[in-house]
Design a protein around this ligand. Structure first.
Ligand code: TXA
Ligand code: MG
Length: 325
């Protein structure tokens, strides 16, 4: 793939918007670091983020929107969230808040969680892109997995040239470190990641100290388990060739479950065509749907390459939900 170099002018912004609306990957400047954007409502586009970064696992991604109204369409910010939004948006602050029912983000963006991380960036170029796309944009830092976050377009190209559709050059990032992430829970707010807004400044705004992350209310299902991983409540069996009696089935590619007479509501297929991007896009929604049935889930083998690594990492965690933070 040829990575287009786009300038920070109306043509560049329009092209970035067009590529993103078509399911493409565009890196763009924010005031913190360059983000690798994809349409957060498009599961296959979001799957391509993980593929391009070579991320071995599915972390929840930050969703970028142009303004508070856009954030409120996705999340229940609550009183503390609204206060922080008024003080620090647009700017280097991400709020993790309960996901609004029916919000237009694909389950891969939130890694299947009931919460979503939202941010309104201040950089004029990021603002222009978000308004051109007119959809929420999922964007982790635009670097290969495990490498340092990029603060210039040249850094982005050094890591991702040929792996993404375009980079929109907005010069050097002014903040240079990632956003501060604050989790908003029923029992108060916690610091999930230090970043561009100092902790003390956040605490002064709230009039309260931020709790450590393990006290975050939303999504915590077991002691010692952080809120950043969705875990099914039912047992999960891996590398299954076919479902046993009493199991639900999560297939991939050619699928024996239908021929075995398993009722349609007890089985899902991540991708009948065996496509790993489609499978990644479907993974969390399918796991949740099967979890809701209440039967143990048998999961077919998924090839251990490309996005298959992240899919397998995720189902392994699902099979041992208490062992991982
Ligand atoms: O400054 C930034 O925040 C940059 C720019 C591009 O906006 N983005 C960024 O994204 O640093 P990333 O993917 O490198 O970091 C996202 C982190 C995840 O690893 C996770 O810890 C947290 O945000 N996160 C996002 N959604 C979450 C959720 N629902 N629950 C818990 N943590 C979440
Ligand atoms: Mg990062």
């Amino acid at each position: 793939m040829r990575t287009e170099r786009l300038q920070a002018d109306p043509n560049g912004v329009a092209r970035a918007g067009e590529l993103l609306r078509d399911g493409g990957l565009v890196a763009f400047a924010t005031e913190t670091v360059y983000g690798l954007g994809a349409d957060a409502t498009d599961g296959v586009a979001v799957a391509r983020i993980f593929e391009a970064k070579g991320r071995p696992r599915f972390n929840p991604l930050i969703v970028h929107v142009a303004d508070l109204a856009g954030a409120e369409r996705l999340a229940h910010l609550g009183e503390a969230g609204l206060r922080l939004a008024a003080a620090f948006w647009p700017g280097p602050l991400t709020l993790v808040a309960p996901l609004r029912e029916g919000a237009a983000v694909t389950a891969l963006t939130t890694a299947g969680l009931d919460t979503v991380g939202v941010r309104v960036p201040a950089h004029p170029l990021a603002q222009a892109v978000l308004r051109a796309v007119d959809r929420p944009v999922a964007a982790p830092s635009a670097n290969p997995s495990g490498r340092i976050s990029p603060t210039t377009a040249a850094h982005v190209l050094a890591g991702l040239d040929g792996r993404i559709d375009a980079v929109l050059d907005g010069g050097a990032c002014s903040v240079g470190v990632e956003s501060t992430i604050v989790g908003l829970g029923p029992e108060g707010s916690c610091l999930l990641r230090p970043g561009g807004v100092p902790r003390e400044t956040v605490e002064a705004c709230l009039g309260q100290p931020l709790a450590p992350p393990q006290f975050q209310g939303a999504g915590v299902t077991a002691p010692g388990q952080l809120a950043s991983h969705y875990a099914p409540t039912v047992p999960v069996r891996l590398h299954a060739e076919a479902p046993f009696d009493g199991e639900a089935w999560l297939g991939f590619g050619e699928d024996p479950a239908a021929a075995l007479g398993l009722p349609a509501e007890r089985r899902r297929n991540l991708s009948p065509a065996g496509d790993l991007r489609a499978a990644a896009a479907a993974l969390f929604a399918d796991l949740r749907a099967l979890d809701a049935i209440g039967k143990p889930i048998a999961v077919a083998a998924v090839p251990e390459h490309g996005l298959g690594l992240a899919i397998n990492d995720r189902v392994r965690r699902a099979a041992s939900p208490r062992s991982e933070g």
